[in-house]
Design a protein around this ligand. Structure first.
Ligand code: 2OP
Length: 228
C-alpha cells in the first residue's frame, strides 16, 4: 500500500497569523503579540479540555482564547470586531509553500489526508477557501472522537480511518507537540520548521525528519523511505 500522509492543518497548511492584518485595524502595533498569545491559549484550552475530558469544539477553544487574550492584553474589542476576527479565522490563508508542496506529494503518489483538531465542517470550509481541499482523500477530525491532539486516541483514530499501519504513515506538522504525539503513537513524523525561531521541545522524542518548507516534503520522505 502507498505511504499515507496526515497533514496537520492549523499552523502547518494554514497560517493562523493570517488574522494579523485585520487585528492591525483594531489594535495597531499590538497585533502580532495578540495573535501569538491567542494561538497559544487556543492550544492550551484544547490540551486542558482533552485532559479534563470536558470536550467542546476547537472553535469554542478559539473563541474562549480570544476572550482571554482581550482580557490579558486589555484590548477593548467590540462584539462586532470579535465576530469579524472569528469569521476571518474560518477562512485563513495557506502558507506560500503549501500548494507547490501538495502538488509534488500528489504527483509522487502518496495517500493524502488532512488531520486536525478542527471540526470537519470548519476544515471543509477552510481548505476549500484556500483552494487545497482537492488534494486530500479525506479529512480526519479530532471532533469525530471528541478529544484533541496529542491524545494517543486521536493518532490511533487517524490510523484506523486511513486504514494504515503506523510504520507506513507520516504526520506532517509544524507543531512540535503534534510530532511528539504522532511518534509516541508509532507513526513517523516530519517537522516543518519554517523559521529558526521555532524551537522543538527538548524531549527525548525527535522528529523522523526536519524540513524547512513544505515544498521539500515529497523528496525528503522518498529519500527516507529508500533508507529503510
Ligand atoms: C491542528 O490540529 C494542532 O492546530 C493544529 O490543526
Amino acid at each position: 500500500m502507498p505511504t499515507t500522509l496526515a497533514f496537520d492543518v492549523y499552523g502547518t497548511l494554514i497560517d493562523t497569523h493570517g488574522v494579523i492584518s485585520v487585528l492591525e485595524k483594531f489594535i495597531g502595533a499590538q497585533a502580532f503579540e495578540f495573535s501569538r498569545l491567542w494561538r497559544e491559549k487556543q492550544l492550551e484550552y484544547s490540551f486542558r479540555r482533552g485532559l479534563m475530558q470536558n470536550y467542546q469544539s476547537f472553535a469554542v477553544c478559539t473563541r474562549d482564547a480570544l476572550e482571554y487574550t482581550c482580557l490579558v492584553t486589555k484590548a477593548s474589542l467590540s462584539n462586532k470586531e470579535k465576530l469579524e476576527l472569528m469569521n476571518v479565522y474560518s477562512i485563513l490563508p495557506s502558507f506560500k509553500d503549501v500548494k507547490e508542496g501538495l502538488e509534488q506529494v500528489k504527483k509522487a503518489g502518496f495517500r493524502m489526508f488532512a488531520f486536525s483538531n478542527g471540526s470537519s465542517e470548519a476544515l471543509e470550509l477552510l481548505l476549500a477557501n484556500a483552494n487545497i481541499r482537492k488534494y486530500f482523500i479525506d479529512i480526519v477530525s479530532a471532533d469525530e472522537i471528541k478529544t484533541f491532539k496529542p491524545s494517543p486516541a486521536i493518532y490511533r483514530h487517524f490510523l484506523k480511518r486511513a486504514n494504515s499501519a503506523g510504520a507506513e504513515a507520516w504526520l506532517i506538522s509544524s507543531n512540535p507537540f503534534d510530532i511528539i504525539g504522532a511518534i509516541s503513537s508509532g507513526m513517523r513524523a516530519a517537522w516543518v520548521q519554517r523559521s529558526e525561531e521555532s524551537i522543538f521541545d527538548p524531549w527525548d522524542i525527535k522528529p523522523t525528519i526536519v524540513i524547512n518548507k513544505l515544498s521539500d516534503i515529497a523528496e525528503s520522505i522518498l529519500n527516507e523511505s529508500n533508507k529503510t
